[in-house]
Design a protein around this ligand. Structure first.
Ligand SMILES: Cc1cc2nc3c(=O)[nH]c(=O)nc-3n(C[C@H](O)[C@H](O)[C@H](O)COP(=O)(O)OP(=O)(O)OC[C@H]3O[C@@H](n4cnc5c(N)ncnc54)[C@H](O)[C@@H]3O)c2cc1C
Length: 468
């Protein structure tokens, strides 16, 4: 049987290789290190953690990434098994000894009878005779391969920077202050004329917000990031603020074409707009608010915006060197490139964010490729699971914004805003009314319980043969 080829032995590629091999199929894992390094990797180990040593919260009951950990464990993940084997004390987080973790992944794949590890760069499109390939080359995909992918997908569809605007959970936006309206009530091709949530600012509120923005601590680009050409049209808001006190008011915060129904006849001095980000309508992004402010500063500064005083953020803003596809347009529901279905993608290059998320998408790509090779039908995980919610973000859940092309799709960590919503339970098991803050936690617990029950059914479902 022809092997499945996996390009990139990082978090996603290592997990994908394990899943294919555990399904009984031969796999060749191609990793360019140590013959060629990326700007961030330091070792020749598989699944090297390039920065922090944390897999974040391990709380499966009330945290979406903790839930993803649990789903991966139940699906036989190598990354989670190696993480659990080498965990370090870190409170509620799963932190790992990075060297032992990477050594364990390298050893277990190296010893697996169905895995061959080949060291060397795949410096262009994989050869035509590789009929099933998973490309998992990550945010620092080598230039020769990314250029080849770009030729295949079109220049605008593979980005080399992310430009991330913060995303807010809808139910944390105050409807008593904000209102829904598109600028000049324009409906556009998919809208109604009331497509944006608007947050009004008086002159005093705007000036105070600007002062906070200018005084806040920013993160800087790494040397190798600074030497990559900065793209136009995606200036961080704090850089715009530095250019003049009115620059933001004439840019993303312009107050024109909007009238506040809560204050008839009063023109706002500035307006922050939020646009629906996912098809479920649970997440809204702050338009034009890509930023390099420190994460610790962002929440408190953005909560100065009227209507966002209690905002809960599904994602904070950022701007980094990255490499990722416009996946909702380019990939099908099985992570295959529509234009060349022998090529699947996995990991950060698909537009997920984070070690655990990258590995999770590797797990799904490995299973999907193995099913295809054995002529079985691959059923994607239910959208109610963390696996399914993340896959939906990548392949289908994102709403493209008019006029922004490839850049409107941006990387995302797993979070409960990606899950189909659920009514928060009003009473606990003992019949007592659940109040205030506890309702949020109760809702997360209900989402987790639903996810794990649906996951177990998905994992237990027998494979079906594909129709000839
Ligand atoms: C500087 C930096 C810091 C980050 N810090 C964090 C963090 O602290 N926490 C977090 O959760 N996430 C972090 N991320 C984001 C992301 O989670 C990691 O990059 C993660 O490693 C992505 O997993 P991956 O498998 O997609 O890619 P990687 O783990 O990077 O694996 C890709 C592999 O492909 C290889 N490769 C590339 N091109 C080729 C080629 N042409 N042929 C053969 N092999 C190739 C690379 O050598 C690498 O081993 C960071 C990203 C960057 C760039």
């Amino acid at each position: 049987m022809q092997p499945i080829h996996i390009v990139g032995g990082g978090l996603a590629g290592s997990e994908a290789a394990w899943q294919v091999a555990q399904a009984g199929l031969p796999v060749v894992l191609h990793e360019m290190r140590p013959l060629r390094q990326t700007e961030a990797h330091k070792t020749d180990g598989l699944a090297e953690l390039v920065c922090s040593n944390s897999f974040r919260s391990d709380d499966a009951a009330t945290n979406a990434v903790g839930l993803l950990h649990e789903e991966m464990r139940r699906a036989g993940s190598l990354i989670m098994a190696a993480g659990d084997a080498h965990k370090l004390p870190a409170g509620g987080a799963l932190a790992v000894d990075r060297d032992r973790f990477s050594a364990e992944v390298t050893r277990r794949l190296g010893e697996h009878p169905r895995v061959a590890i080949e060291r060397g760069e795949v410096a262009g499109l994989p050869p035509a005779e590789w009929d099933s390939v998973i490309i998992a080359t990550g945010p620092l995909t080598s230039p020769a391969l990314s250029a080849a992918i770009q030729r295949l997908t079109g220049e605008a569809e593979l980005a080399f920077f992310d430009a991330i605007a913060p995303i807010v959970h809808l139910d944390s936006i105050d409807p008593a202050i904000t209102w829904r309206q598109s600028r000049y009530d324009k409906a556009g091709p998919a809208g109604t004329g009331a497509d944006y949530i608007n947050c009004p600012m008086t002159r005093g509120e705007y000036e105070a917000f600007l002062d906070a923005l200018l005084a806040a601590e920013k993160t800087s680009f790494k040397d190798w990031e600074a030497s990559t050409p900065y793209f136009d049209g995606c200036l961080p808001i704090e850089v715009m603020a530095e250019r003049g006190r009115d620059t933001l008011r004439f840019g993303p915060m312009k107050p024109v074409g909007l009238s506040n129904p809560h204050r008839h006849g009063e023109r706002p001095h500035a307006v922050v707009q939020l646009r629906q980000d996912n098809a479920l309508g649970t997440l809204w992004n702050m338009v034009g608010f890509q930023t390099k402010l420190r994460h610790g500063e962002q929440a408190s500064i953005f909560r100065m915006i009227p209507g966002l005083q209690n905002a809960e953020f599904a994602r904070l803003g950022g701007l980094h060197r990255n490499t990722f596809l416009n996946s909702p347009k380019l990939l099908d529901g099985e992570l295959r490139l529509r234009a060349e279905p022998r090529l699947r993608f996995a990991g950060q290059i698909t537009g997920c964010e984070g070690y655990v998320e990258s590995a999770a998408i590797g797990l799904l790509a490995g299973r999907a490729a193995a099913a295809e090779r054995t002529r079985a039908v691959w059923t994607p995980p239910p959208p109610t699971t963390a696996f399914g919610a993340l896959l939906a973000h990548i392949t289908g859940g994102h709403l493209a914004a008019e006029g922004e092309g490839a850049r409107s799709f941006q990387p995302m960590n797993v979070n409960f805003g990606l899950f189909p919503p659920l009514e928060a339970p009003s009473h606990d098991a003992a019949g007592h009314r659940i109040k205030g803050k506890e309702r949020g936690a109760a809702k997360k617990r209900a989402l987790s319980l639903r996810a794990l029950a649906d996951l177990d059914r998905w994992l237990a479902a027998p494979a079906r043969a594909a129709a000839e």
